[in-house]
Each structure stands twice: as C-alpha cells, then as structure tokens.
Design a protein around this ligand. Structure first.
Ligand SMILES: Cc1ncc(COP(=O)(O)O)c(C=O)c1O
Length: 227
C-alpha cells in the first residue's frame, strides 16, 4: 500500500523511475557519469527553454537557492515576498550575510512589476529573487512582466524560483532574460527529491564587473555552495 499525499509535492514516483533507480551505482567522478550528464543536457535545456548548461544539485531546492544567492549577490538583494517560501528568501539571504530588503506584498497577491521597478531604481540591489508560483498560497506572479522590468536594470541578476510551476507552464528562460531559473525535482516532475536543476552560469558572464568569487568572500558561518 502506498501513501497518498494531496500536496504540490513530493509526488508519487512512478514504478519505472523506481526500477531505474535500482540499477547499480556508477562513480560520480567516472567517465560514465560525465557521459550521462552530457546526454541529459539537450533535453533539460529544452525544458528550460535555454541554451545555457543546466546544473544538477543534490540538495533540496533550498540548497540551490542558497547557492545561487551566495554566488551572484554582492551589493544587495531585493526579495519579492508574497507567501511563506518567498518570505523565507529574505531570512536565508540575511543568514548568508547578504544585505537583503523585503519587497512585501500581501499573501495571496501577485508581485506587482511596478513596485519592482521602483525598488530596483533605488540602485541598492545587484540581485533580485522572486517565486513564479508561491506554493503556500497558490499565487502565480506575472513572470514575463516582472522580467520586462528587471531587464531595464542590466546590472541586476535575476533568480527565479519555479519549484512548483516548472513544467506545468512554459517558462522561456532565455527569451525572458532570466539569469538563474531554479526548480526542484519533487514537484511537477514527480521525481525523487535528490535532484534540483539550475541553469545558468551565464548570470555572471552577463555582468562583466562580477568576479566569480562572490561565494568565497562570504563571512557567514553557513556552508558555502559554489557553482
Ligand atoms: C516555491 C517553492 N520554493 C522553494 C521550496 C523549497 O523546496 P525544498 O523543500 O526542496 O527545499 C518549495 C517547497 O515546497 C516551494 O514550493
């Protein structure tokens, strides 16, 4: 008998995936693993609508969320908040030693792109976080309109969380100019919670003034996840 959970995820993992996971391990530093990783790229890139490499992380989604912040945020991060998960971004950013400001919206209300514009226009931020689908309230924010505003500020790196929307709705990462689009495997993809997906390395390449060492300069005591 299996348990049935009526939540956005973790979802029930199908029998063929469970069977595939019964195959013997391959070394994670072996050539076989490199070949497997490379083989997955074109299909992952198609799902993310991107030409960027797609990185896989073996933590829960918060691991890659924290990793993204630690790697790209130097000056300050604007956390768009309208529910439990997006509110937590602000807490995590501060505990990573980042200057972080909340752009708070009522729970259940979508992010207002005009408010984002006004906040970014202060020049205090080099990074913005927002959640496409705030799972705690089931609120979808207008990702295309938000990104149209963020693109007006080329020095600001965008980190978009699509944990509960990825693959349920198309998110045209490259077309929208999202720097880092992260998701988790345990929600609509119905995979075990061991892989998180995160494109792209281009976030830093897009902003030439950034040295890729932001993570190592953090003074906080949390573990560092360097991409
Ligand atoms: C929108 C969103 N972001 C982040 C998370 C955190 O994911 P994880 O539990 O894999 O760390 C969740 C989890 O439900 C979520 O729904």
């Amino acid at each position: 008998m299996s348990n049935r959970l009526y939540i956005p995820g973790p979802l029930t993992v199908s029998e063929d995936i469970i069977q595939a996971m019964r195959k013997p391990m391959i070394g994670h530093r072996s050539k076989d693993f490199v070949a497997l990783y490379e083989d997955m790229q074109p299909r992952l890139q198609k799902m993310f609508f991107t030409q960027d490499p797609v990185y896989l992380g073996t933590s829960s989604a918060w691991g890659v969320m924290e990793g993204a912040l630690r790697n790209v945020c130097r000056k300050g991060v604007l956390n768009c908040m309208n529910g439990a998960f997006s509110d937590k971004w602000n807490d995590v950013a501060k505990r990573c030693g980042k200057y972080a400001e909340a752009l708070q919206f009522d729970w259940g209300k979508p992010i207002d792109p005009e408010a984002v514009r006004q906040a970014l226009a202060t020049g205090k931020f080099d990074c913005i976080t927002f959640i496409h689908s705030e799972t705690s309230t089931g609120t979808l924010s207008p990702i295309a309109d938000i990104m149209a505003v963020v693109r007006e500020f080329p020095d600001v790196i965008s980190i978009a969380d699509s944990v509960s929307s990825f693959s349920t709705l198309p998110i045209a990462k490259d077309e929208l100019g999202i720097d880092i689009l992260l998701t988790g495997s345990q929600k609509a993809l119905a995979l075990p919670l061991v892989w998180q997906f995160l494109p792209s390395a281009n976030a830093l390449a897009n902003v030439p003034s950034r040295a890729p060492t932001a993570a190592t300069t953090s003074t906080s005591s949390n573990s560092t996840i360097t991409m």
